[in-house]
Structure formats: structure tokens, C-alpha cells
Design a protein around this ligand. Structure first.
Ligand code: NAD
Length: 301
């Protein structure tokens, strides 16, 4: 077992994931640009590194959980350029959701340095990250995915190997495009019921037990007050930010273009989330279930 793990990116997802690695017995060196995130990781038992370079020192495995392909490429390839500092055979697991092309480029650069590198974006949200029930969707060499598997299972319950480098990101783009459509569709149906005089909780229960059931109704209801633990019942505090869903929808639309796929519903979901973000300066940082607000009559906003 690779016992020392460097973990970079301790936000809504990464903070809990690093803490779960500590619980599983790994020695975790953690780093984030945010001092508050770093302090929390330290309280969870991680070593708080002073820089990304300090973080990777003596680590046999590096995990990143960052917000964009630009940030991931910058960190590994340019500034500080971690790939130049890692010993050959180090296992690099990038769990960020980024474009497949970014992951493929990283894999090529890693191979040139004899590093083992996989893309391993996740599904399951912040609740899944906290409860160590995430699903990991991997792209890369089968041997490297197998090497990563015990580590990933300390943070989740399922590990899928979708194919070669970038395949994890393609599968994740398909999943999140469907999630965006489901979230918007569920909000739309709920609002129509409420506007027609139904109670949101009763309607949710009916659809949850009927053919409209989906992951959003099961775990992430967008209507305030229906699920006490959901972001909707906490002023849409994330969770999964609208700006991150828009990043994923942009990746999905690029993937559709590259594969010559028709995705009219995905495109429409992207337009709805863009409309939500531009409707209020704060909405980019709100949870993506706040799409419910787009459907609410103006007086209840
Ligand atoms: P977040 O914004 O909460 O966390 C990102 C963290 O990275 C922040 O703490 C930030 O300070 C840190 N960071 C940024 N640049 C850095 C750098 N150069 N060095 C060190 N730290 C840096 O985002 P999140 O919600 O945790 O999402 C992370 C990734 O996981 C994204 O790609 C997102 O799309 C994906 N994801 C999120 C969810 C979710 O429910 N939040 C679910 C699945 C996948």
C-alpha cells in the first residue's frame, strides 16, 4: 500500500475525501490555497503542507481535487510543475472534473516522465464525499486503475474503469449533463404542482414513488423544506455550485461537438443554468439546485 498520500484541493469535496483517507490509516499531506480549508484538514489529522511542493515531498501517491482543467494543468505542468518533481512510478490520481482533452494531455506528459496517471472524477456530491460513498469513474491504464482502487475505496464504494486516458471525464460529462437535465426537470415539475395548489413535500413523495423518480427526488430535492439536509433547505448553500455545473455543461457541450452528438436537452439545461447565474450576482456560488428559483413567481424570489 502506498502509505503517504499528497492531497491538493480541500474544498467542498476534497476536505472530506482527505479526512476519509486519514480515517482509513493513510498518512495524508494536504495543501490548499485557502488557509481555512487547510486548518480544517489539519484538524481532521492531515499534515498541513506550506506549498504544493512541500505537499508532494515523500508521497507515493498524489491526489488532486480542483476546480478546472487550467488549474490542474498549471499545477502539474507549469507552476510549480509537480510532474518535474515527482519520482518515476508515482501514482497521480486527478479526481477533478475537467475536459477529457486536459486529462489526455496530462496522461501524455505523465507517461513522458514515467509517472502513472489516471483521471478519476467522482459522483455522489458532498454527502457522498463526507460518508465515503463516492463513485469513482476512471480513465487510464488498467494496471494504474487497479493500483488506485484500494485508495479510492477508502473514499467511496464504487470504482469504474471507463476506458483509456480521458474516458473517466467523458463518462462524467455524460452523467452531469443528465444530472443538470434531471435537476431542471424536477424543479419545473415541482413548481407546476405548487403553482396548481399542491404541497411540495406531498408531490415529491408521489413522484418519488412513481415513474418520474430520479436521483434528485431521492437525494437532492430542490424545493426548500422538503429535505432538511439538502442545500435547498439551507438557502442553497453548496453543495455543488452553479458555476461548477456550468463548467461541466461546457465540457459536455464540447464532448457533444467532438463526437458529433445531438444534445438539445443538454444545451437547453446549459441555457437555463446560465440564465440563473446571470439573474443575480450571487447565484454562481449557490448550490445548483437553486435552479428552482428560476421557476418561482417573481414575488416569492
Ligand atoms: P471547491 O471550490 O469547493 O474546492 C476547490 C478547492 O481547490 C478550493 O478549496 C480552492 O481553494 C482549492 N484550490 C484552487 N486552486 C488551487 C491551487 N492551485 N492549489 C491548491 N488549492 C487550490 O470545489 P468542489 O465542489 O470541492 O469541487 C472540486 C471538483 O470536484 C470540481 O472539479 C467539481 O466539478 C468536482 N465535483 C464536485 C462535486 C460537488 O458536489 N461539489 C461533486 C462531484 C464532482
Amino acid at each position: 500500500m502506498s502509505s503517504t498520500i499528497a492531497f491538493i484541493g480541500l474544498g467542498n469535496m476534497g476536505g472530506s475525501m482527505a479526512a476519509n483517507l486519514v480515517k482509513a490509516g493513510y498518512s495524508v499531506r494536504a495543501y490548499d490555497l485557502s488557509p481555512a480549508a487547510l486548518n480544517q484538514a489539519q484538524a481532521a489529522g492531515c499534515y498541513a503542507a506550506s506549498s504544493a511542493l512541500d505537499c508532494i515531498s515523500s508521497a507515493q501517491t498524489v491526489i488532486t481535487m480542483l476546480t478546472s482543467g487550467e488549474i490542474v494543468e498549471q499545477l502539474y505542468l507549469h507552476d510549480p510543475g509537480l510532474f518535474n518533481q515527482l519520482s518515476p512510478t508515482t501514482l497521480v490520481i486527478d479526481c477533478s472534473t475537467i475536459a477529457p482533452q486536459n486529462s489526455q494531455h496530462l496522461a501524455q506528459c505523465a507517461a513522458a516522465k514515467k509517472l502513472r496517471c489516471i483521471d478519476a472524477p467522482v459522483s455522489g456530491g458532498t454527502a457522498g464525499a463526507a460518508a465515503a460513498t463516492l463513485t469513482f469513474i476512471c480513465g487510464g491504464e488498467a494496471d494504474d486503475v487497479a493500483l488506485a482502487k484500494p485508495i479510492l475505496l477508502s473514499m467511496g464504494q464504487q470504482v469504474f474503469h471507463a476506458g483509456g486516458a480521458g474516458a473517466g471525464q467523458i463518462a462524467k460529462a455524460c452523467n452531469n449533463m443528465l444530472l443538470a437535465i434531471q435537476m431542471a426537470g424536477t424543479a419545473e415539475a415541482l413548481q407546476m404542482g405548487v403553482n396548481s395548489g399542491l404541497d411540495a413535500s406531498t408531490l415529491s413523495e408521489i413522484m418519488h414513488n412513481s415513474s418520474g423518480n430520479n436521483w434528485v427526488l431521492d437525494k437532492y430535492n430542490p424545493y426548500p423544506g422538503v429535505m432538511p439536509q439538502a442545500p435547498a433547505s439551507h438557502q442553497y448553500q453548496p453543495g455543488f455550485m452553479v458555476k461548477l455545473m456550468l463548467k461541466d455543461l461546457a465540457i459536455a457541450m464540447q464532448t457533444a461537438q467532438h463526437s458529433r452528438s445531438d444534445t438539445p436537452l443538454g444545451l437547453h439545461a446549459q441555457q437555463l443554468f446560465e440564465q440563473l447565474q446571470s439573474s443575480h450576482p450571487d447565484y454562481g456560488d449557490k448550490d445548483f439546485s437553486s435552479i428552482q428559483r428560476l421557476y418561482q413567481p417573481p414575488q416569492t424570489n
